[in-house]
Write a protein that binds this ligand. Structure first.
Ligand code: PMP
Length: 357
């Protein structure tokens, strides 16, 4: 069977070149006589892998020296707890409620301190990103979800938070667009969309924000400890870090994030342009808040939506069904989704529209 165009929201499609290289090196990594999966995380060979992965990530994201890069486990969800445990020095934080993952982060943070939900688009089905208010003067940090995977919305511009550190869950748009890391106190992302396989979570944290964790913080969740130990307090997600390292090199070779951003914007524009001119398909997210990673749309008729998804699957385009809380369709077009995949889905939409007009 041939490979499909996989529009999954994550885990999702990875660059074919990366998979091929991993395959080539699978049973004997660069003459070591073993797979990266079989390697001690303390070995010289593995040490080069993790060091190079960090260096490449720093290069492509332009991460300044006063930020630590941590390669952790536990998924983005564990960070919902790690962030308040590490950063809520004075017990207060501002959160923007722009979707289900923001909501989960809010619920988790409420266990550790006072959470001020400063804006929410929940009443409107999270179809847009609300205006960001100025942060509360005594907030330890201001929390956002930069891209909302389920609804297909994103922050086009990031809030200005002054001295209050901006914390961002970038799980579904990290490495998709250029960002100024210095505007953030902490950036984190689960790897399984734009970086690699599930099991790795990347945390980029400004040094001065570490070292204030609550006494009860589990040691593997303590940023200062993980930074001090080079993400090796215990065994890191070795293989996932290796694959992420290959993805970072793939991005570098394409011309960096600026180059991939251009491709992403072009892919998203093609799809939105078709939807905006369609008589059958309607966008889910408001125009000013549209994601370029997760494109959500629907016909308005659940049966027709299901038929569209079923016929797409038969043509080798999988996982186009929208999240159960939104319905309709969602095309996740992360960095590794080729332009041909977007062209194929548009061709299917056209044919479907003609057949079902
Ligand atoms: N935040 C966002 C924006 C996500 O899309 C997801 C997962 N899709 C999560 C958090 C949760 O990630 P994980 O499953 O790695 O805990």
């Amino acid at each position: 069977m041939e490979r499909v165009f996989n529009f999954s929201a994550g885990p999702c499609t990875l660059p074919l070149d990366v998979l091929k290289q991993a395959q080539e090196e699978l049973i004997n990594y660069q003459g070591t006589g073993m797979s990266v999966m079989e390697m001690s995380h303390r070995s010289a060979a593995y040490s080069s892998i993790i060091t190079e992965a960090e260096k490449d990530l720093r290069d492509i994201m332009n991460i300044p020296d006063n930020y630590k890069v941590l390669f952790l486990q536990g998924g983005a969800t564990l960070q919902f707890a790690s962030i308040p445990m590490n950063l809520m020095k004075n017990g207060k934080a501002d959160y923007m409620d722009t979707g289900s993952f923001a909501n989960k982060a809010i619920k988790e943070a409420q266990k550790y301190g006072e959470v001020n939900v400063v804006a929410s688009s929940k009443a409107d089905g999270y179809a847009y990103i609300p205006e960001a208010p100025a942060p509360s003067a005594d907030a330890d940090y201001f929390y956002i979800t930069s891209n909302n995977t389920i609804y297909g919305t994103r922050f086009n511009a990031f809030p200005e938070t002054g001295d209050v550190p901006l914390v961002a869950d970038m799980s579904s748009d990290i490495l998709s667009r250029e960002i100024d890391v210095t505007k953030f106190g902490l950036i984190y992302a689960g790897a399984q969309k734009n970086m690699g396989p599930a099991g790795l979570t990347v945390v980029i944290v400004r040094e001065d924000l570490m070292g204030h964790s609550k006494d009860f913080t589990p040691v593997v969740m303590d940023y200062a400890t993980e930074a001090d130990k080079g993400s090796m307090y215990n065994t890191p997600p070795c293989y996932a870090i290796y694959v992420a390292g290959l993805v970072f090199k793939w991005i570098k070779n394409l011309g960096g994030i600026a180059a991939i951003q251009k491709i992403n914007e072009d892919k998203a524009a093609m799809l939105y342009d078709y939807i905006d001119n369609s008589k059958l398909f309607k966008p889910v997210a408001n125009k000013d808040s549209r994601s370029i990673m997760n494109v959500t749309f629907r016909t308005g008729d659940d049966d027709l939506d299901a038929k569209f998804v079923k016929e797409a699957t038969a043509k080798g385009m999988t996982n186009l069904k929208g999240h159960r809380s939104v319905g309709g369709m969602r095309a996740s077009i992360y960095n590794a989704m080729p332009v041909a995949g977007v062209e194929a889905v548009i061709a299917h939409m056209k044919a479907f529209e003609e057949a079902n007009a």
